[in-house]
Design a protein around this ligand. Structure first.
Ligand code: F6P
Length: 322
């Protein structure tokens, strides 16, 4: 028989992602509607260790749907990875009579959730990372907003690149994944994209740039931070193409801003599924979007594979730039 849950805890963990607040709002309002008490822990897993939380009412989450970042704050806690840290977190969860957690974050956060599960603490994960690199979900919260921020910046760069007839190397986030870079290239109408999953060949790119520059006033190259440093790419291309090259490292600007409609809607759908899942006795899984359907995916399955990139999209982005 499944144990009836009465009180849940929420936390946001890892790199912040737009849409986290929209998820916190939906979880609180839906859980309250379902007669569950909700508390929010501050600064991710650190809040579990420090017992730093407060009760979240419908009013508390008013006016946050359109805010980027996370009102619960976030952190990458090293202490939580220790046996002592985990034990303290478990003790605090149990002494506060919390029946289950909703963890909003990325792969690393879900590994923390899985470890807590091994200590008997139930949880469900909501995917949130601008990298969109979590296996088991087509989209993670924050990805669409970051992409929209990036393509608006690419447009601005194109204006100046074209005016001065320059080549620009634009570095976007993505330590281990080229997902954000490929989609930025495609949606931003850039010419080349360098990603961690494909070996960088600057000679080939430089030759292609030389061949295609005829009649072109700008060349835009997107580099995922995990593939190469924009400064190195720019220096090599300048040498090989013998043309002016400028750099723009977009940095954390990509992670800020009001969430897109897609991220807000996805946050709401994920939240409903997550709360229903916990009420039905579910645990140790992430909610995800697969072929336009919201599913639950066991954490172990999420960790079992790399999401990888869409090779076709990578090649197509280059075809469209010719
Ligand atoms: O959230 C994922 C991510 O944005 C990566 O793309 C990036 O490498 C990393 O976070 C940056 O993390 P931090 O904000 O801790 O420097």
């Amino acid at each position: 028989m499944t144990r009836q849950i009465k009180k849940i805890g929420i936390l946001t963990s890892g790199g912040d992602a737009s849409g986290m607040n929209a998820a916190v709002r939906s979880i609180v309002r839906y859980a309250n509607y379902k007669k569950l008490e909700v508390v929010g822990f501050y600064e991710g897993f650190k809040g579990l260790i420090n017992n730093n939380y407060e009760t979240l009412s419908n009013n508390f989450v008013g006016g946050i749907i359109d805010r980027g970042g996370t009102v619960l704050f976030t952190a990458r806690s090293e202490e939580f990875k220790t046996k002592e840290g985990m034990e303290t977190a478990k003790k605090n969860i149990e002494s506060n009579n919390i029946d289950a957690l909703v963890i909003i974050g990325g792969d690393g956060s879900f590994r923390g959730a899985r470890d807590l599960n091994n200590l008997g603490i139930s949880s469900v994960g909501i995917p949130a990372t601008i990298d969109n690199d979590i296996f088991g979900t087509d989209y993670s919260l924050g990805f669409d907003t970051a992409l929209n921020v990036i393509i608006s910046l690419i447009s601005k760069i194109r204006d100046t690149a074209s005016s001065h007839e320059r080549i620009f190397v634009i570095e976007v986030m993505g330590r281990n994944s080229g997902e954000l870079a490929i989609n930025s290239c495609l949606a931003g109408g850039a010419d080349y994209v360098l990603i961690p999953e494909v070996k960088v060949n600057l000679v080939k790119i430089s030759n292609a740039i030389k061949n295609h520059r005829e009649g072109k006033r700008h060349t835009l190259i997107i580099v995922a931070e995990g593939a190469a440093k924009a400064t190195d790419v720019a220096a090599s291309i300048k040498l090989l193409v013998e043309h002016e090259v400028r750099i723009s490292v977009l940095g954390h600007i990509q992670r800020g801003g009001s969430p897109s409609a897609l991220d807000r809607i996805l946050a709401s759908k994920f939240s409903q599924k997550a709360v229903d899942f916990l009420i039905s006795g579910g645990k140790n899984a992430m909610v995800g979007l697969q072929n336009n359907k919201i599913k639950t995916v066991p954490f172990e399955e999420v960790f079992s594979k790399q999401k990888g990139i869409d090779k076709n999209l990578y090649e197509f982005a280059h075809i469209l730039a010719l």
